[in-house]
Design a binder for this molecule. Structure first.
Ligand SMILES: [Fe+2]
Length: 135
């Protein structure tokens, strides 16, 4: 399953939109490598890249939320930490069990759902707050 970017995901905050597009692309690269039966080491490499990138992205988002006194900052933080924990779990499962176990497939699906929910709803609310308070 690929994550297809469309304008309903755009927050209207250029830096964040570009990062979200990159996260979608990274995730698609992971899914494609996975579907092509890539070796676990290769998948772990992509997961590590994705983790580094999303940490940078989350930091940028949390900074923006702080700057704009966003009341949902704590929820943002919790969501971000949860994603990092789930990615860490995926990494371990891939390393231990390879790419084919049901648990890996379930985790991958969960992460895709998380990304869609987070970008559309959680970040969408942050974006609305920023647009309201930006002058
Ligand atoms: Fe985000």
């Amino acid at each position: 399953m690929a994550l297809v970017w469309d304008d309903t995901y755009a927050m209207g905050v250029e830096e964040i939109d570009a990062q979200h597009r990159a996260i979608f692309n990274n995730f698609n690269a992971l899914a494609a490598a996975y579907d092509a039966g890539a070796a676990p080491e290769r998948l772990v490499e992509i997961i590590d890249f994705m983790n580094d990138y999303s940490t940078t992205h989350f930091t940028a988002e949390e900074k923006l939320a702080e700057e704009f006194d966003y009341p949902g900052l704590e929820e943002q933080r919790r969501e971000h930490r949860r994603f990092e924990a789930d990615m860490a779990e995926l990494r371990e499962k891939v390393r231990e069990e390879g790419a084919t176990s049901e648990r890996v497939i379930a985790l991958k699906g969960k992460l895709i759902q998380w990304l869609i929910h987070h970008v559309k709803h959680v970040d969408g609310e942050l974006a609305a707050h920023i647009r309201e308070h930006r002058h």
